[in-house]
Design a binder for this molecule. Structure first.
Ligand SMILES: [Zn+2]
Length: 463
C-alpha cells in the first residue's frame, strides 16, 4: 500500500505482577476469603484468571515483567506448573536474547522513600537475591513499589548494581523527546541510573479502557500511529492483573497486541534489551516523593489524602504505632547482634538466604561469624532475625493503600507486628506488646469505630 517502507517503532509492555501477603503470620496459611468464591482465596482466583493463562500463552517470554516475592512464593508452593512455566519462559528469553526480561522487586513491596536508608538497602538486596534465586541469574532492572521514588532509593539501587527502573511521565521533569527513553538520572552521590518513562495515557487506555478482542486492531489504530511517529520506544506499564483478572478478555487482547506489530508498525522489545541497544542519550530529573498511584506527595501512605474515600487519619496514627514498634524491635536486635560480634544490618540483609530456604538458620549463623554461639544463643539470634523479617513486612504498601483501618491489610500489618514482638519476647524476654497496644489505641476506623487496639486484642485472642 505505502510506497515507502514504513519503519517500525519499538514497543514494550511491562507487567507488574504482585499480590499482597495474605497468609496468617502465625500459621503461614491463607484464611478462607469468601469474596474470592468459588475459589478459596484471591491468590487462587487470580491465578486461574490471569497468571495461569498468561503463563500458558508464554507471555512471560515476550513482555517485560516483575514478579513480587509474596506472589512468587505462593505460586511456587500452590500453583507449581504456572510458576515453572513463568521461570521457563523467562529463561528461554535469556537464551534467545542474552538479556533477562524480568526485573527484581524490593522484597516486601515497601514504599521505599518512607523507609530508613538501612531498610531500603535490605529491601533492595533481598529483592535482587530473590530474583537470582528464582531465575538463576542477575537482573539489571528493579521495579519500585507503586513507583514511589526518591533520590536516596535510586542511589541505593545504583550502588547495588541496578542499571534501570521505570517511572511514570508525571514523575520526571525534562524534555521527553526520546519518548520512553531510557533517560539518564544523575544522583547526588555522583552515581547515575537509567529511567524508562512509561506512557501514562497509553497504559491507562489499556487498564481502564480494555477493548474487546475483536476490536484490538481498531484500538491499536487509535493509539499507536502518533506515538510511533518519532521512532522512540513506546512503553506501556501496568499491573499484570489487568490482564484476565480486572478484564476477563485481557489475556486474549494482550496476545493479539503481541502479534499485531507488523500490521501496526511496531516491534515488541523488552526494557533490558532496549537499554543494551540504546544507552541513554538525554537526561531527566526525578520529582522526589512521587508515586504512580497517588499525586499527593505520598500522602496516601502517610497522612491520608483524597486517593481514598472518607476519614483517612488512621493512616498516620497506624504508621506512628508501627514506627515506634520498629524502633523498639531494632534496638533489641542491634544490641544483641553487636554483643555477639555481628554487623546487625549486614546480617539482616543476608538473612534473605534463610527466608528463601537456601540455607538453614544454624548454618547461616555459623557462616556469618556467629559459629561461637551455643545452641540456645543461636536460637535467640535466629528469632530476632525472623522478627526483623516480620517487622519489615508490616510496611507492605497495601497496609496504607486502601480506605479503612478495619480492612484486611492494616489488620495484617498489626498481626505481623504481633508476630515480631512475640519472637522478640521469646528471644530477649522483653515484652513490647503494651507499648504497641497503647500506640494502636490512636488509629480509629471511621467505618466500624474500631481502634487499632481492638484489632490487636482480637488478634491476640486468635494467636
Ligand atoms: Zn493521594
Amino acid at each position: 500500500m505505502s510506497p515507502v517502507a514504513r519503519s517500525t517503532c519499538p514497543f514494550c509492555i511491562h507487567g507488574h505482577f504482585y499480590q499482597p501477603p495474605r497468609a496468617d503470620p502465625f500459621t503461614g496459611r491463607i484464611p478462607r476469603e469468601p469474596d474470592a468464591a468459588p475459589y478459596a482465596n484471591w491468590n487462587e482466583r487470580i491465578t486461574a484468571e490471569c497468571y495461569a493463562p498468561l503463563a500458558a500463552a508464554d507471555v512471560f517470554g515476550q513482555i517485560s515483567f516483575n514478579l513480587g516475592g509474596t506472589l512468587a512464593r505462593w505460586l511456587e508452593e500452590h500453583a507449581y506448573p504456572t510458576y515453572e512455566r513463568i521461570v521457563t519462559s523467562a529463561r528461554a528469553y535469556h537464551a534467545a536474547h542474552a538479556v533477562t526480561n524480568g526485573l527484581a522487586q524490593p522484597v516486601h513491596h515497601t514504599i521505599l522513600p518512607l523507609a530508613r536508608h538501612r531498610d531500603k538497602v535490605c529491601q533492595v538486596r533481598g529483592g535482587l537475591a530473590s530474583f537470582v534465586h528464582r531465575f538463576g541469574r542477575q537482573t539489571e532492572g528493579m521495579w519500585l513499589p507503586e513507583m514511589a521514588v526518591d533520590l536516596e532509593t535510586l542511589q541505593v539501587m545504583a550502588a547495588e548494581g541496578i542499571r534501570f527502573t521505570i517511572l511514570s511521565d508525571e514523575q520526571v521533569r525534562g524534555d521527553l523527546e526520546e519518548e520512553a527513553g531510557p533517560y539518564l538520572v544523575r544522583l547526588p552521590d555522583g552515581g547515575e541510573i537509567a529511567v524508562f518513562v512509561r506512557d501514562r495515557h497509553l497504559s491507562n487506555a489499556l487498564s481502564f479502557g480494555m477493548p474487546d478482542p475483536d476490536h484490538v486492531d481498531d484500538w491499536l489504530q487509535e493509539q499507536m500511529p502518533y506515538r510511533c511517529r518519532r521512532g522512540g520506544l513506546v512503553l506501556l506499564a501496568t499491573d499484570g492483573e489487568t490482564l484476565g483478572h480486572h478484564h476477563r478478555q485481557g489475556v486474549e487482547v494482550l496476545q493479539r497486541i503481541l502479534a499485531a506489530g507488523e500490521r501496526h508498525g511496531y516491534e515488541m522489545t523488552t526494557l533490558t534489551r532496549y537499554l543494551h541497544e540504546h544507552p541513554p542519550r538525554a537526561e531527566v530529573e526525578v520529582i522526589e516523593n512521587t508515586a504512580w498511584s497517588c499525586s499527593h506527595h505520598l500522602d496516601r501512605w502517610t497522612v491520608g489524602c483524597d486517593c481514598t474515600q472518607g476519614d483517612s487519619r488512621w493512616k498516620g496514627a497506624l504508621r506512628r504505632a508501627l514506627d515506634n514498634l520498629a524502633c523498639d524491635l531494632d534496638n533489641i536486635y542491634v544490641c544483641q547482634a553487636r554483643q555477639w560480634g555481628a554487623d546487625p544490618w549486614r546480617l539482616r540483609d543476608d538473612y534473605i538466604a534463610v527466608v528463601l530456604g537456601q540455607v538453614d538458620s544454624m548454618s547461616f549463623l555459623a557462616k556469618n561469624g556467629l559459629g561461637h554461639l551455643n545452641e540456645e544463643q543461636a536460637r535467640r539470634m535466629d528469632r530476632l532475625l525472623e522478627a526483623q523479617f516480620y517487622r519489615q513486612r508490616m510496611y507492605a504498601s497495601c497496609t496504607f493503600f486502601f480506605d479503612d483501618l478495619s480492612r484486611h491489610e492494616p489488620r495484617y500489618a498489626i498481626a505481623n507486628g504481633i508476630r515480631a514482638l512475640a519472637l522478640t519476647r521469646y528471644a530477649s524476654g522483653e515484652d513490647l506488646s503494651r507499648s504497641f497496644r497503647r500506640d494502636l489505641a490512636i488509629p480509629v476506623s471511621s467505618k466500624s469505630g474500631e481502634t487499632g487496639a481492638a484489632i490487636f486484642d482480637r488478634l491476640m485472642e486468635q494467636s
